[in-house]
Design a protein around this ligand. Structure first.
Ligand SMILES: [Zn+2]
Length: 493
């Protein structure tokens, strides 16, 4: 009975979402009307059970079932559940005020407040995210890689992402990151966002907002986005904003994808960053070689990684930005035909960077990964992108999360790994007949047949390391490293 579910939801909101007693009747009536019920439930509800709930999953599934039985499709049922949880959540103005108050005392508490609100109101679907399969690979020749099969996120492809950049958006909201998403009911093209709450931030003198990611790719995965819907552009100001974030919230890192397709993130048409608790493998990776030290002690070092990663560290933010800008500007116009790096072809720019900021005590770190999105006949999806033999594992753009050693893998792999494991004991004819898409996994099946101690997780971990090697613009060989050193010398002179 939906009126009983509404009574449970109102009680849940009172206990977990700051709903005030004086607002209960008001929200009960809104929900009764919305779900087509005539009067409130007068019977008992299990208050003890509701008080002990950490997440509202049971209430959400009751609403969902009701909607399906009333003839809604699954998408509409999800939107209605999102509406119900969103309407009983605190108003954005109250969330902003509380966040500011917490931040004055302890920024980490403010971040935790926003995260737990999003968990309690079903914006961040904790139960789903906890079903993700995670594992870590250690390597002798470089840093760890952590892997996660993300069961809640749709797989995207680079061509669609590039298209998004050039299509004039006539829809409302313009994109998934625009400020107008808050309280949006959702439709075929846009996700329901009744439950989202973001808070305003000042980043280097500009208005930005902070929200958590609904998908949670890693611990405390959050997103910062600019107030205006303008395309990603990596420049000195980018480093300034990233450092400004970690200055205010030193317990989190903040990173920026590059501003070009293939080597960027999935949303290029709205300036945004991603951050979280600094647990990603790259941040724990040591400096391999210090290549520059300023008079005041700011250092530039090559980081031990499978890509071309530099760490600029010191206490002087301005000097860090100066050095970051020097490297960026030199890289933007760098050409090396022999290595296949061309900064521009047919008016299209190719060279860019992925960047991150971290605060470690008094010290700031700006981490820069050199990227190039050039394509050719052999590699139409990108020369410095995952090569075709690895696309069955990962085809999407290698963005800031993967460059930091955390691979978010598509949900389909959960099923495909089981099929691979079964196929190892079958002949090629047998497994292709049973699972046609195993033709994409022949290398993996053969490798596991040849080496019975190789498990699927390790094989995939090695593929991810090879993908990072594909991403490296200066390869780990003599020619590549000589060119890398020459580039850095020129950039920092
Ligand atoms: Zn936007």
């Amino acid at each position: 009975m939906i009126s009983k579910t509404i009574a449970e939801l109102i009680y849940y909101a009172e206990k977990h979402l700051y709903l005030l007693d004086s607002d209960k009747i008001y929200f009960t009536n809104i929900l009764l009307h919305f779900f087509g019920a005539n009067e409130p439930y007068e019977g008992e509800i299990d208050k003890v059970r509701i008080e002990s709930m950490e997440v509202p999953d049971e209430i959400v599934s009751e609403i969902f079932e009701h909607c399906l039985l009333s003839g809604d499709d699954e998408k509409e049922a999800e939107r209605k559940a999102d509406f119900a949880l969103g309407i009983v959540s605190p108003l954005p103005s109250l969330v902003n005020g509380a966040f500011e108050e917490f931040k004055k005392n302890d920024p980490a508490t403010a971040l935790q407040f926003l995260k737990s609100l999003g968990t309690s109101n079903y914006y961040f679907q904790k139960t789903k995210v906890e079903r993700n399969k995670d594992w870590t690979m250690t390597f002798e020749d470089g840093p760890n890689i952590t892997l996660s099969i993300n069961l809640s996120k749709p797989e995207k492809n680079n061509k669609d992402i590039a298209k998004l950049l050039t299509t004039a958006s006539t829809n409302y909201p313009k994109c998934a990151l625009c400020v107008e998403n808050i309280g949006f009911y959702g439709d075929d093209k846009h996700a329901a966002r009744m439950t989202i709450r973001y808070v305003p931030l000042d980043l280097a003198g500009e208005r930005w907002y902070l929200q958590y990611s609904p998908y949670g790719y890693f611990r405390n995965h959050c997103i910062c986005f600019k107030e205006d819907h303008i395309p990603m552009k990596v420049e000195r100001k980018t480093f300034d904003r990233l450092l400004s974030f970690v200055e205010q919230f030193p317990s989190f890192f903040m990173g920026s994808n590059s501003d070009l397709p293939i080597v960027g993130g999935s949303i290029l048409n709205h300036e945004h960053f991603q951050g979280g608790s600094p647990v990603l493998p790259l941040f724990a990776s040591k400096d391999k070689e210090v290549i520059f030290t300023s008079k005041s002690g700011t250092k530039v070092a090559k980081v031990d990684s499978f890509t071309n990663t530099l760490r600029i560290s010191g206490k002087d933010k301005e000097e860090i930005m100066d050095l970051g800008e020097k490297i960026l500007n030199a890289w933007r116009i760098y050409d090396n035909e022999e290595l296949g790096i061309l900064h521009e072809t047919d008016g299209n720019r190719h060279n860019t960077v992925t960047s991150y900021a971290i605060k470690n005590g008094e010290e700031y770190q700006l981490i820069i990964v050199l990227r190039c999105n050039i394509t050719n006949e052999k590699y139409p999806d990108g020369v410095f992108h995952a090569h075709p033999e690895y696309h069955a594992i990962k085809k999407e753009g290698i963005g800031l999360i993967e460059c930091a050693g955390e691979f978010v893998l598509p949900a389909r792999l959960e099923r495909q790994i089981k099929e691979v494991e079964e196929s190892v004991n079958l002949s090629k004819e047998e497994y292709l007949k049973k699972y046609p898409d195993m033709s994409l996994f022949e290398d993996m099946i053969n490798a596991m047949k040849e080496n019975p101690s190789l498990d699927a997780g390790s094989y995939i971990g090695q593929v991810c390391r090879n993908i990072l090697r594909n991403v490296a613009v200066f390869k780990d060989d003599e020619k590549g490293q000589q060119a890398y050193d020459a580039f850095l010398k020129e950039a920092l002179k």
